[in-house]
Design a protein around this ligand. Structure first.
Ligand SMILES: [Zn+2]
Length: 436
């Protein structure tokens, strides 16, 4: 009976219509009844377009130039980390089969001119030939759309930029938006330099562009496989924490462009939320197979959010939901916001009001470790319980409290409860972790 009343309340109460641009200025267009549930309003109000996928703080791209044989190996090392990378090639000497294979594994193949000339020192006809011919050859021989371009020697003019953008959607060394930074990889580069560059870039929310050539003696100023793995291990640590998104030039700059171009319009009636992405320029993205967008919705224990629109990816990320979809398939996202089940609400409310304790590592793949696993003052642990975000008990351990094997859990967010007896009272401590 309670939920029936709630539904009617919404039906009577709400026809809401919000709009705000990507910079977050909210503008309520109509609000017919002010007796809208404050909590739900607050949540809708704070829905935003993410600048990067999964609401990462920064985006990083690795590109390798000049079409070298060792780049096949580089791409396979990236595969081991689940990362995509970009290869800028000179198509008058292509390793066609290996490039086809790299493209099939999700890496990006871009153009580095037809014969590796400086665009700063040639006339417009020659620039046109160098940029057009290389694109044609790559597309014909490899069977892909070639959308990204990188200038040899970084030498450009306003004219060369204009010609490049008449054939390509993305250029590594310049874009409409200015927050890019560039790091050339040399044989002499050190992990300390890379660490400084990456952490500075993350704090500024930039696209980080790291560009090199070959591996182990191949091409100009090559790096060692060992060093490449050191760099990827460093990036992987940030990636696990959702801070950094590793992707191709095409995907990274596309996300950034869409973030600046789109307006998010929000419409909420009954329990249905319609998010419309306005200003999507279909013509501009006609050559791309995808145009992905992510939005973030803060986690609120009062509501459960489910998808209506097909093909939306839903991810629980720490204390927010991230929904990702392809604008080429649909330019609006329909979600249902319903009152949470009592189980979900209980566990989240309990988490908010309980003492926290430390677990590590986080995110976790296999074994969760617990600090102070035995004694805390006069206390003794009675049990450790793991709950999913629906509030369902998934796992319970009543001996060995220093570590718990969570390898069989599905990916996602979980809550851990530590039940302790301290003197004659039972005290509860909680923590949450992300399983990947
Ligand atoms: Zn080059």
């Amino acid at each position: 009976m309670k939920s029936f009343t709630r539904v009617n309340y919404y039906k009577l109460a709400i026809i809401l219509f919000f709009s705000f641009n990507a910079h977050g200025q909210d503008n309520i267009i109509t609000q017919e009844n002010k007796k809208v549930d404050d909590a739900i309003l607050e949540v809708i109000d704070s829905i935003k377009i993410c600048k990067w996928k999964y609401d990462a703080q920064s985006c990083i791209n690795f590109s390798f130039d000049d079409n070298l044989l060792s780049q096949t190996k580089i791409s396979k090392i990236f595969d081991q980390y689940g990362f995509k990378s970009t290869y800028f090639i000179i198509p008058n000497s292509m390793y066609i089969d290996s490039l086809k294979d790299m493209a099939a594994r999700g890496h990006e193949i871009g153009s580095h001119t037809y014969s590796h000339v400086s665009l700063g020192g040639i006339d417009s006809l020659e620039i046109d030939f160098q940029t057009r011919k290389s694109k044609e050859m790559i597309e014909n021989c490899i069977g892909i759309k070639c959308l990204s371009f990188a200038d040899p020697y970084h030498e450009t003019t306003e004219m060369s930029k204009n010609i490049v953008f008449s054939y390509y959607s993305y250029a590594r060394n310049y874009s409409k938006y200015i927050n890019h930074s560039y790091y050339p990889l040399f044989s002499s580069s050190t992990l300390q330099q890379l660490t400084n560059y990456i952490s500075k870039g993350i704090s500024k929310g930039e696209i980080l562009l790291i560009a090199g050539h070959g591996l182990e003696g191949d091409g100009y100023s090559p790096i060692s496989e060992h060093f490449l793995r050191e760099i990827l291990n460093l990036v992987n640590d940030y990636n696990y924490n959702g801070v950094l998104w590793v992707t191709t030039i095409k995907e990274g700059i596309q996300y950034e462009n869409l973030y600046h171009e789109l307006m998010l319009e929000k419409k909420f009636t009954n329990d249905t939320l319609i998010l419309s992405f306005k200003n999507f320029n279909k013509l501009k993205y006609k050559n791309e197979d995808k145009a992905m967008i992510s939005i973030k919705i803060p986690f609120n224990s009062s509501f459960e959010i489910t998808r209506v629109t097909q093909n939306i990816e839903k991810k629980m990320h720490d204390d927010k939901y991230i929904f990702t979809m392809d604008l080429k398939k649909d330019t609006s996202m329909v979600l249902i916001m319903k009152n949470s089940s009592p189980l979900t609400k209980n566990i989240i409310d309990e988490f908010k009001t309980t003492n926290l304790f430390t677990i590590y590592p986080n995110p976790i793949h296999k074994v969760l470790r617990i600090q102070d696993s035995r004694i805390m003052g006069n206390g003794e642990i009675l049990s450790i319980e793991i709950f999913n975000t629906d509030g369902k008990l998934i796992q319970k351990q009543i001996t060995n409290f220093s570590e718990i094997d969570v390898s069989r859990l599905k990916k996602g967010l979980y809550f851990v409860k530590k039940n302790m007896q301290i003197d004659s009272t039972i005290k509860v401590y909680m923590a949450k972790f992300l399983k990947f």
